[in-house]
Design a protein around this ligand. Structure first.
Ligand SMILES: [Zn+2]
Ligand SMILES: [Zn+2]
Ligand SMILES: [Zn+2]
Ligand SMILES: [Zn+2]
Ligand SMILES: [Zn+2]
Ligand SMILES: [Zn+2]
Length: 364
């Protein structure tokens, strides 16, 4: 493909000479703009860039990637934003910038956690710490913001995906793809969302340094909220940097915490909270200790009818039945307070006192 823009044509052939042919390919070119496809060995897709005829006066634009399915993945969207930000950060009018942008982008790729990375450079990648990734991205966000002339102290100007926004908690700059963006329009960076483990020695400084993220609030058994609303679990999962094991515990606890009438296993050795999906109407089997629980009285399984059963209670009231101390139901003959059970016991319908036949309670 003939590239109409001479400066760009030179740069593309230089790039392919350095990185190997195929890194940059022009897929479209006319007198208005050129579309470049940028293929890094680590990715199965290519980034698409639009370079206008006046380049290098104007900066190239990162449009996205060439694979619709992959383009929906969060890590791909992040990488697209990082590449766009790299281009913006290194571009100065009248200087070609693709070499610097690619160089900077590859540096960020090397700080990615292993799971996010393609097959190459594995040994090098495992040695990097997540903190270095955070600081590299923060630095990039700061430079992009300065370049965009958005550094005016208000964080509402950054509307493009490549713009940096401020974390509502620590006020540091981040890319929107890296923050948990809440309904209330506040954004939390990964670190603030995660929260720090409480510091043992309680100096004033360490108290201030403890961010109230999910993990620190979970220790106090409370939920992370912003503007009165709970931070949704999918956002915590995507941006909180938690292990799956913690998330499972957290979600389990949330079910208990948000349940106005939680069921606990009554068996002494267990006492576990039982999530709604295990609850049956009459008897529930505890998913942890496998013992059975009567749902009428929420106590250990017992034979026969449950005195706390709502339907039975209503029936007893309607039919004017009473429980004899022996456990059997006794029917009341019309109007008479003198109840006699099959077991031989006599008791008063009104006050429930047992009687030897003299009906001394005086209820009549
Ligand atoms: Zn933050
Ligand atoms: Zn809020
Ligand atoms: Zn149990
Ligand atoms: Zn019961
Ligand atoms: Zn009886
Ligand atoms: Zn009585």
């Amino acid at each position: 493909m003939l590239i109409h823009n001479f400066a760009l044509a030179d740069e593309v052939s230089a790039l392919n000479a350095i990185y190997g042919a195929g890194l940059v390919v022009a897929t479209f070119s006319d007198s208005h703009h050129t579309t470049l496809s940028l293929k890094f060995p680590a990715f199965g897709f290519s980034f698409l860039l639009r370079v206008y005829a006046d380049y290098p006066l104007s900066a190239p634009e990162v449009l996205g990637i060439d694979d619709l399915m992959d383009s929906r993945k969060p890590e791909v969207q992040q990488n697209t934003v990082y590449l766009g930000a790299c281009v913006r950060a290194v571009h100065y009018p009248d200087y070609v910038c693709l070499f610097d942008a690619i160089d900077e982008f590859e540096m960020i790729m090397k700080t990615l956690p292993l799971g996010n990375q393609g097959s190459s450079d594995k040994d090098e990648v495992t040695e990097r710490k997540p903190t270095s990734r955070a600081s590299v991205l923060r630095d990039l966000a700061l430079r992009t913001r300065a370049k965009a002339g958005l550094d005016r102290g208000d964080n509402f100007t950054g509307n493009l995906p490549f713009d940096a926004i401020d974390c509502s908690s620590c006020l540091e700059p981040f890319f929107r793809v890296d923050t948990a963006n809440l309904k209330c329009k506040h954004s939390l960076c990964s670190e603030c969302l995660h929260g720090k483990e409480p510091v043992p020695e309680k100096s004033v400084w360490s108290l201030m340094a403890v961010a109230e993220g999910v993990s620190s609030m979970f220790i106090d058994r409370s939920e992370l909220k912003c503007c009165g609303e709970s931070v949704p679990v999918p956002l915590i999962r995507q941006h909180g940097g938690f292990e799956e094991e913690f998330l499972e515990r957290y979600v389990f606890w949330l079910q208990e915490f948000r349940n106005p009438n939680p069921t606990y296993c009554p068996w002494k050795k267990c006492r576990s909270f039982i999530p709604k999906r295990f609850i049956r109407e009459d008897y529930t089997e505890c998913p942890f200790c496998k013992q059975r629980i009567c749902m009428g009285c929420k106590a250990k399984e017992h034979g026969g009818m449950c005195r706390q059963d709502k339907r039975l209670k209503m029936l007893i009231q309607k039919e004017e039945w009473r429980f004899c101390p022996c456990g059997q139901l006794v029917e009341r003959s019309y109007g008479c307070n003198h109840m006699t059970c099959r077991c031989g016991a006599k008791f008063c319908y009104k006050c429930g006192k047992p009687s030897k036949g003299d009906w001394a309670c005086g209820c009549g």
